[in-house]
Design a protein around this ligand. Structure first.
Ligand code: HEC
Ligand code: HEC
Ligand code: HEC
Ligand code: HEC
Length: 425
């Protein structure tokens, strides 16, 4: 397996090289709902608002932009909202083609998103046995790109060879998006199908890869996941009549790429839709055991003044504000780690209804306070308590793993040695 990186992509706009022509295909897919990285830690890759900065490096006359589908992680209400936003993003980003998986087709139908000329991009759907080939011609370059999706679980490999038959006579580039990740089926397909230049294999990793041996035909690649990278497939036809030469490179969608204003605005609309749908209030909640209840960090202050003052100076005590600054304070996918008890009955609902439960507070780590307070501290605090790792995951807190002690030192709010004297007498 080869892992490629092309961090700068310094080559300027592609020119028609002597005696031949070049086209660039930008490939994305498997977004799984990731419109933009959460921003919890620095250095995260991805974001639809950064894609134009990559696409626009190649003139529209020489490029093709394709999404291989698999846009959603689930089929809930928030997934539907995201799907609709992706659909609009593809139009703004001037995609040529979106290849919908059967799950994507269901989502599009639920949203009433008909494929038609007004949406600005072509659609190919995974439907049993019905092949659709999308064809883009580059007349001034004398080249045609054909793309189809193929499911080797339901269709014999032999049929793939016929898929692209009967197209135009000028140099064609035939690309197959494979839906089954069975490597035996892939080998079978390669052996039995002629004339396929590139197979896009389902991704099981965030970063795109080249799976085929150097120089082998077809080129077998993956496009990665979560929009963190963009695949750049360059197709060159060196001389008239020659087979196209393919080169695949990976462009990480780094944080310092400039943002596109229209897509930033679209993300703002996503946040408004999420807020208006009251997803936060409607989030499914478990009951707390034994009639325990959350009482809020303020309620600990009377007896634990020292700890309270220490805690309130740390960033945990301003965690909801961080979401407000980026407009995500009504998004349950974010709020869940930035407040107390969102997944429990009696936990955080909204800033208006439960102002005492905002931010990462005492009860995230020490458990719901009701019994402890009722007993004036005689009953020890108890489960459910959250561990640091519940929120400081590898994805959200890239600096946490390996630095647990430093993180712990930064939140010290207890007197040493912890125990006696922790309560104001
Ligand atoms: C799994 C828990 C979790 C979820 C879900 C989560 N966050 Fe965070 N967030 C964290 C943690 C932990 C930190 C602190 C990371 C660190 O400093 O190591 C953080 C920090 C932040 C910060 C502060 C970064 C800074 O400047 O210091 C922002 C902003 C933020 N998150 C936004 C979001 C948004 C937006 C979402 C939803 C898209 C989200 N978070 C979802 C756990 C989470
Ligand atoms: C009415 C006073 C009072 C209030 C209010 C109170 N505590 Fe306590 N807390 C105590 C006493 C008394 C102890 C035992 C003191 C000791 O051993 O130093 C204690 C001990 C603790 C301890 C250490 C032992 C243990 O149970 O793990 C923690 C943690 C703690 N409290 C957390 C909290 C939190 C969180 C809140 C708010 C939800 C809170 N307390 C509210 C009186 C109180
Ligand atoms: C309920 C989720 C949650 C839990 C549990 C949690 N954290 Fe956090 N932590 C956060 C969030 C969210 C932030 C970011 C706050 C902000 O800046 O908005 C954060 C920030 C921090 C920071 C500041 C990072 C920095 O560099 O600014 C430290 C340190 C930290 N947490 C340590 C811990 C430790 C240690 C534990 C376990 C004892 C823990 N956290 C448990 C959610 C959590
Ligand atoms: C991010 C998690 C976290 C938050 C938020 C937090 N604590 Fe703690 N607290 C800890 C940890 C970890 C310790 C270290 C001792 C332990 O393991 O109990 C501790 C220790 C304490 C102790 C001393 C316990 C003892 O055994 O004597 C008290 C009292 C306490 N916290 C109260 C509070 C209060 C009150 C708040 C809110 C104002 C708060 N804590 C917020 C994680 C947290």
């Amino acid at each position: 397996m080869t892992c490629l990186s092309c961090p700068s992509e310094t080559q300027g706009p592609l020119s028609q090289t002597r005696g031949g022509s070049k086209v660039v295909l930008f490939l994305t897919g498997n977004e799984l709902g990731a419109l933009r990285p959460c921003g919890c830690s620095g250095g995260q890759l991805g974001g639809i608002e950064k894609r134009p900065a990559v696409f626009d490096r190649v003139s529209p006359h020489r490029r093709m932009i394709v999404d291989t589908g698999n846009l959603s992680a689930g089929d809930g209400e928030q997934d539907l909202i995201k799907f609709g936003i992706f659909w609009e993003a593809f139009r703004l980003l001037k995609y040529d083609l979106v290849c919908l998986t059967s799950q994507d087709v269901v989502m599009a139908e639920r949203l009433g998103l008909a494929s038609g000329p007004q949406q600005g991009f072509g659609v190919v759907e995974d439907r049993d046995g019905a092949f659709q080939v999308f064809r883009k011609q580059f007349p001034d370059l004398g080249m045609t790109v054909n793309i189809a999706a193929f499911d080797s679980r339901t269709t014999p490999a032999e049929d793939a060879a016929d898929l692209f038959a009967g197209g135009p006579a000028n140099p064609t580039v035939n690309i197959l998006i494979l839906r089954s990740s069975n490597s035996g089926e892939l080998r079978d397909l390669i052996a039995k199908s002629k004339g396929i230049d590139c197979i896009i294999f389902p991704s099981d990793a965030d970063e795109p890869h080249i799976l085929s041996e150097a120089g082998a035909t077809p080129l077998v690649i993956t496009v990665g996941r979560l929009g963190r990278h963009i695949g750049r497939l360059q197709v060159a036809v060196p001389t008239k009549g020659a087979r196209p030469v393919l080169e695949y490179a990976v462009i990480p969608v780094v944080a310092d790429l400039p943002d596109d204003a229209a897509l930033v605005q679209l993300y703002g609309r996503y946040q408004q839709l999420v807020s208006a749908a009251n997803l936060l209030e409607n989030y499914p909640r478990f009951p707390l055991p034994d009639d325990l209840a959350f009482t809020g960090s303020e309620s600990c202050k009377t007896c634990h003044r020292y700890e309270y003052d220490q805690w309130s100076e740390k960033s945990h005590a301003a965690a909801l504000n961080s979401l407000k600054k980026v407009g995500s304070d009504r998004d349950p996918e974010c709020v869940i780690c930035h407040v107390i008890g969102m997944e429990y009955e009696g936990g955080y609902l909204s800033e208006e209804q439960t102002p005492h439960l905002k931010d990462v507070g005492c009860e995230n780590c020490h458990g719901p306070g009701s019994e402890h307070i009722k007993s004036l501290g005689k009953t020890a605090t108890r489960e459910p308590k959250m561990s640091c790792l519940a929120c400081h995951t590898a994805e959200k807190s890239t600096g946490y793993a390996g630095h647990e002690e430093e993180y712990m030192q930064k939140i010290v709010h207890w007197r040493e040695p912890a125990a006696a004297g922790n309560v104001k007498d």
